[in-house]
Design a protein around this ligand. Structure first.
Ligand SMILES: [Zn+2]
Length: 131
């Protein structure tokens, strides 16, 4: 089924979208458009499939929103818990810091003590050798 160009009246191939002579775009009459739309109508089984997929996606979406809500609640609870126990956490952290400081001091003292002890031992050895 050929179509006739409305510009130059050339007869064109059915599958061409522009006129082969002047390049004018194909003109469709309203009845042709309706015929094309009818041809492209989905068959009922295809429509059913799409509806099923849509329903499934909707359910999935609903479930995810529910989960999201629960997680948000959980986060909120955790934040409240943290807020409530924050002074205690702070206190523990301070204690740990304090212990670290003392740990460092003790290490220094022990190291110095060791050096002093070593010094005395060496001194004694020297003394023993001298006498
Ligand atoms: Zn033409």
């Amino acid at each position: 089924m050929a179509w006739t160009c409305i510009n130059c009246e050339a007869s064109n191939d059915y599958h061409a979208s522009t006129c082969e002579v002047c390049g004018m775009e194909r003109y469709f009459s309203i009845s042709e458009v309706n015929d094309l739309l009818k041809m492209q109508e989905l068959d009922p089984s295809e429509l059913k499939k799409i509806q099923t997929n849509f329903k499934r996606a909707s359910t999935e979406n609903k479930n995810l929103r529910q989960k999201n809500k629960e997680l948000a609640q959980h986060i909120h609870d955790l934040e409240q818990f943290k807020e409530k126990h924050n002074p205690k956490i702070q206190q523990f952290e301070n204690q740990i810091k304090h212990l670290h400081q003392w740990n460092l001091r003790w290490k220094t003292i022990i190291a110095l003590g060791g050096i002093t002890l070593l010094f005395f031992i060496l001194a004694k050895i020297t003394i023993t050798i001298q006498f």
